[in-house]
Design a protein around this ligand. Sequence first.
Ligand SMILES: *Cc1c(COP(=O)(O)O)cnc(C)c1O
Length: 353
Amino acid sequence: MNFASDNAGPAHPRVMEALARAGEGYAMPYGNDPVTADAVGAIRDLFEAPEAEVAFVGTGTAANALALSCLVRPFETVYCSSMAHIEEDECNAPEFFTGGAKMTLLHAPDGLIDPAAFAAALAATRDRGVHGAQAGALSITQITERGTAYSLAEIGRLADMARDAGIPVHLDGARFANACAALGCTAAEMTWKAGVDAVSFGGTKNGCLGVEAVVMFRPEHGRELALRRKRSGHLWSKQRYLSAQMSAYVEDGLWLEMAGAANAACARLAEAVRAVPSGRLAHAPAGNMIYADLPRAAHRRAMAAGAQYYIYPSDTPLDGPDDTPIRCRLVCDWSKPLSEIERIAAAWEGRKA
Ligand SMILES: *Cc1c(COP(=O)(O)O)cnc(C)c1O
């Protein structure tokens, strides 16, 4: 009963089989191999962007930091939600890769950037003139860090504001597939058709072993992306092993199939939360991750039954008054069996599974 994260789950067998195939014999290094050419082609097809620059890296942090380093200069700032992964969970990698660009944190109810807060931050940047950080880029996350999703119209609106301010838009898509599956839209609709310039297209959390694609829709960024990837130590010499995962991931819609399964499991989990007396969801669930408040006794029973997930704050004692609501995060991946959800639901409610 591991609901800690989607990256606690396994890689899909088709991804592993593709890795084994990619390992047959010799191939030229540093991406000069047919497996990589195929994977880059597959990503360009998926995004309906034949000119896009595509680079495969091993972590989402590297993808975000590399993409941002191509978009902003050291004296600029990245506008992002106050709970953005690039702000809270990357140990200043974006600041490091950009050579010192800062983050300007925006009010983001339920993880969704408030356009008024973005407008106010842009105005404040202009007012400070040469003394303050300059406008650099907007970064949004989809699925957000609170498990919610922007509609395409909401992405378009934020991107329009960024365009009016003369700055590009980056999308952190660690859970990109879950968002596409939830919105029923294409990869192109959620990105360049809505005004997004660069994407971190996640694979690891949704059934890959470890691969993310940086996709940049403006060709002028291509050379810089290649150089920055090498400079930062993210150009794998055996690139074919990253590429093979990505090919298998997008082939025959596997990425959407897995995301759909994860989202469906999470929807069932959300029902289970609502079935617990005084259980409530903290934010409207959209994909494969929910935040919920459950009574302390429910957490105690679930943990005793072997469930694993994060509670907040993490040092909240499980001994104490039974009814106190305690916040938790629950995530489902593509492989989550419904039987595990039935078991955790029974434990929360204190009945036999
Ligand atoms: C998991 C995640 C990432 C990438 O994390 P890595 O551990 O570096 O692969 C990026 N953004 C968000 C929103 C995430 O949840």
